[in-house]
Design a protein around this ligand. Structure first.
Ligand SMILES: Cc1cc2nc3c(=O)[nH]c(=O)nc-3n(C[C@H](O)[C@H](O)[C@H](O)COP(=O)(O)OP(=O)(O)OC[C@H]3O[C@@H](n4cnc5c(N)ncnc54)[C@H](O)[C@@H]3O)c2cc1C
Length: 418
């Protein structure tokens, strides 16, 4: 029976588009399925590191609003303002990088731009209500999708790429019965054991609404990572073209829920009240109504691809647990899944094994970040001591901006120091 498509991709965010772009460029029949029409809002500060810009197959210059070189890392002080712990300015680490450190875009426009590049290569896009069922066979997959008119349609392809993010269905469906089993989306199987979640909230405030002097002494155009408002994560100020994106995110569980100020889940303390207090303390304005939040997919350093369903990006838990950065992993894993499919056609090898191989260096980096995050968030003061040593600080910032091979060097130095 001829298949409807070579590859089906659930989710048209950075992971789905990266996979579809490479597959369509290689002449494959690709269908991107998404629950939302584009452009669509997605909770994200959309800081694009150098390694992300390098990984993308095309320039995203048309949607870059600012390139940041002034980076400020802030450590918690002993004082509170507007109900939130604030940074001790005397302890902050301020760096002006030679190359732009991080480019700033607005996520809605970034995703729309990437989707248009991908459609330009010949990929198709279809809006669906969701996935109803998933069946996996030796040589193909079948996906039943709910259409907007209430009907269900069965689609077949050699491979399904799950790029439907932290809240998506494919990760859980793929964790259910295999081969001729029927996984019913109304009773989703459990999350796989390796998967973990963080949570982040963000809002945008026009520069025009800010007081001339910010109450905590920050400069509006600095790129600020502030480790004071929350344990196991950080607050940020990301300057865009005409506004600041402010947010708080939790990535690493802190102690037990019983002890004050800590939680078993990295997202328990990330609340609208926390963001409102933080916004008042940092920017001196009330929280606007445009607050959005989303879970972040973590734990993917331990993900092992199986069968014909390849998970990518947040669906595969590939967010960096130290920094909360996820767009880079989404792009790289999407491309790795596409490359695995193309190689499996050439070699007749297992697409899952090929994908596992392609993911290895990203997972190595994330495994290092996983260990570093646990150590850093347990005792941020130690991490800040490292950041005050110029040579190590340079290496840490290069690792964030450029990734491998700096990660390997940092990991081997960290082992020697431990
Ligand atoms: C507040 C916040 C700030 C962040 N800031 C940054 C940052 O500055 N830099 C950075 O690198 N990362 C950041 N991240 C992380 C980043 O947003 C994610 O890691 C990234 O979006 C992952 O891309 P993805 O393609 O895997 O998933 P997503 O971007 O989540 O895309 C998934 C797509 O799948 C669709 N979908 C969902 N369910 C289904 C379904 N059942 N069927 C079909 N389609 C479905 C969704 O509509 C969506 O379009 C942030 C995250 C949050 C929450």
């Amino acid at each position: 029976m001829p298949l409807d498509f070579d590859v089906l991709i659930a989710g048209a965010g950075p992971a789905g588009c990266a996979a579809a772009y490479d597959l369509a460029s290689a002449g494959k029949r690709v269908l991107l399925l998404d629950k939302r029409n584009f452009p669509r809002q997605k909770a994200c500060a959309c800081g694009l590191t150098r390694k992300t810009l390098k990984a993308l197959r095309y320039s995203v210059a048309p949607v870059i609003e600012r390139e940041c070189r002034d980076v400020v890392l802030q450590e918690a002080g002993a004082t509170f303002a507007s109900g939130t712990r604030i940074a001790d300015r005397a302890l902050e680490v301020r760096v002006r990088t030679r190359e732009p450190f991080c480019a700033m875009a607005v996520r809605e426009r970034f995703d729309e731009f990437c989707l248009q590049q991908t459609l330009g290569r010949g990929a198709e896009f279809r809006k669906i209500e969701g996935i109803v069922a998933l069946r996996e066979f030796d040589d193909h997959v079948e996906v039943d999708v709910a259409r907007n008119d209430g009907s269900t349609q069965m689609l077949s392809a050699a491979v399904l790429i799950g790029a439907d993010g932290s809240n998506g269905q494919t990760r859980r469906l793929a964790n259910g019965p295999k081969y001729d089993g029927r996984a019913d989306a109304s009773a989703l199987p459990n999350e796989p054991v390796w998967y973990a979640r963080g949570f982040a909230l963000e809002a945008s405030i026009p520069f025009a609404d800010l007081p001339t002097q910010l109450p905590a002494g920050d400069a509006p155009l600095d790129l600020v990572f502030d480790f004071s408002p929350i344990s196991g994560g950080y607050g940020w100020l990301f300057p865009k073209g005409d506004h600041i994106n402010i947010g708080v995110g939790g990535f690493v569980p802190q102690g037990t829920g019983a002890s004050a100020g800590s939680s078993d889940t990295p997202y328990e303390n990330v609340t609208r009240t926390l963001l409102a207090n933080y916004t008042r303390a940092k920017l001196g304005v009330p929280l606007p109504t445009n607050v959005v939040g989303q879970y972040l997919g973590l734990g993917g350093h331990a993900y092992v691809p199986i069968g014909r369903i390849l998970l990518t990006g947040d669906a595969a838990g590939l967010v960096d647990p130290l920094t909360g950065e996820g767009i880079h992993s989404a792009v790289v894993s999407g491309q790795a899944a596409a490359a695995a499919f193309l190689a499996s056609e050439r070699t007749r090898g297992s697409v899952a094994a090929l994908y596992a191989n392609n993911l290895r260096s990203l997972q190595e980096t994330l495994a290092f970040s996983h260990r570093a995050a646990r150590s850093f968030y347990r005792e941020p003061g130690r991490g800040f001591r490292v950041m005050r040593t110029p040579m190590l600080r340079g290496l840490v910032l290069k690792t964030y901006a450029d990734g491998l091979p700096h990660t390997r060097l940092l990991a081997s130095l960290a082992k020697r120091v431990a």
